[in-house]
Design a protein around this ligand. Structure first.
Ligand code: 3PG
Length: 401
């Protein structure tokens, strides 16, 4: 893989479009950001761009979800981390944003608002089409270069990833280079058996990724928890209520066919935790009440999954095992992460939730690699091509020619 890094471009006094990923889980009770990991990682690249005029762009959340909010709080946190002002505009490609960009001075940093507030940034495009979107066309002439540093969004062919990079001199940011280097190191060392522990609530992309992981011989065992376990329970008729996921029937059908195709690969929780009268209660799935929601895996499951994790040659964990932000229901996530930390295999932990949890439990140094990426990393490990990496390779080839 060939790509350019920041040091390969002369950015002195240039205006640079920097696509970072500041997407952060939002506390459902307070509406505040739940962690700062990705913002801290973005700061590494920004610190190295003091010689330039920096225009930062990121998405936050998904349309219609409670985490679909403005990036204004992110600008405040980033200012604190950098120790200098990060300007913020509620605009993205309108006259205000364009004026702010055109009037930036060397060393200044401007953050545009949530890219997903514009329709085009919620769609996937081929690079040449992305370059023609209104978003890219309105802005690209104001930029001299593009830096792609949004590794967690590497799997999205959105205009901010594949559009500007199609037209402008483009390189990878510090985070992208760090992630690719570390992943190259751990995947080169990888040996079987390959264990994947999958939890969390983003399920749509995961079904495709699970199949790719299995086909790519990267998942001898898949330990399911979180919402994805619910989908498989539903496919087995063990949960009766609707899960409220878009495209639910199709996803459940996919789970059913995966179970039929790979009956030995999947493990589902033997016991689960629910809330009864404000307390954590562990029951078997057959004892679930009519509308009772699973909030965590139970102790028997933690024990059996931990044994599998410790027997692995390479173990990959993505997504919390339950609603770990709710007191009493972080037990499963902590148990599995502790099993990862004490495993002798190569361990890779994915996504901001789990990285923050590793820090909270004081076991991050025992994990071989903790990545900021969630869905993008699963697809990367499954051997899929990622649009952001393709864009960087194309940009490097252009320079060679
Ligand atoms: C992530 O958190 O995985 C990335 O920011 C991508 O977010 P998305 O799955 O909403 O595209």
């Amino acid at each position: 893989m060939k790509l350019l890094a920041i040091d390969d471009l002369n950015l002195e006094d240039e205006t640079v479009f920097v696509r970072v990923d500041l997407n952060t889980p939002i506390d459902p009770n307070t509406g505040g950001l739940m962690e700062k990991e990705r913002i801290k990682e973005a700061a590494v690249t920004i610190r190295d761009l003091d010689c330039a005029k920096v225009v930062l762009a990121s998405h936050q959340g998904r349309v219609g979800r409670p985490d679909y909010i403005s990036l204004e709080p992110h600008a405040t946190i980033l200012s604190d981390i950098l120790g200098k002002e990060v300007k913020f505009t509620e605009d993205i490609f309108g006259p205000t944003a364009r004026w702010e960009i055109a009037n930036l001075k060397k060393g200044e940093v401007l953050l545009l608002d949530n890219l997903r507030f514009i329709a085009e940034e919620n769609k996937e495009f081929k690079p040449e089409q992305a370059a023609k979107t209104v978003f890219v066309q309105r802005l690209y002439k104001l930029f001299n270069a593009c830096i792609l540093d949004a590794f967690p969004t590497a799997h999205r062919a959105h205009p901010s990833i594949v559009g500007f990079s199609y037209i402008l001199p483009t390189c990878g940011g510090r985070l992208v280079v760090k992630e690719l280097k570390a992943l190259n190191r751990v995947t080169t060392a990888a040996k079987g058996p390959f264990i994947t522990a999958l939890g969390g609530s983003k399920v749509t992309d995961r079904m495709e990724a699970i199949e790719a992981l299995i086909n790519n011989n990267r998942a001898d065992k898949v330990l399911l928890s979180g919402l994805i376990a619910n989908i498989f329970f539903k496919a087995m008729d063990k949960i009766k209520y609707k899960l409220g996921i878009s495209g639910e029937d199709e996803i459940i059908e996919k789970a059913r066919s995966l179970l039929a195709m790979y009956p030995q690969t999947f493990e589902l929780p033997q016991d689960v935790a629910v809330e009864r009268s404000g307390e954590r209660v562990e029951i078997s799935v057959n004892e679930l009440g009519k509308d009772e929601v699973i909030l965590d895996i139970g102790s028997k499951t933690i024990d059996s999954y931990s044994r599998v994790i410790r027997s692995g040659g390479t173990i990959f964990m993505s997504g919390p095992a339950g609603v770990f932000e709710k007191s009493g229901f972080e037990v499963g996530t902590e148990g599995l992460l502790r099993a990862m930390a004490s495993s002798l295999g190569t361990t890779i932990v994915s996504g901001g939730h789990l990285t923050t949890a590793l820090q909270k439990f004081g076991i991050k140094e025992w994990i071989d690699y903790a990545s900021t990426a969630g869905g993008a990393l699963v697809l990367y490990l499954a051997g899929k091509r990622l649009p952001l990496i393709d864009a960087l390779e194309r940009a490097a080839e252009r320079v060679e020619k």
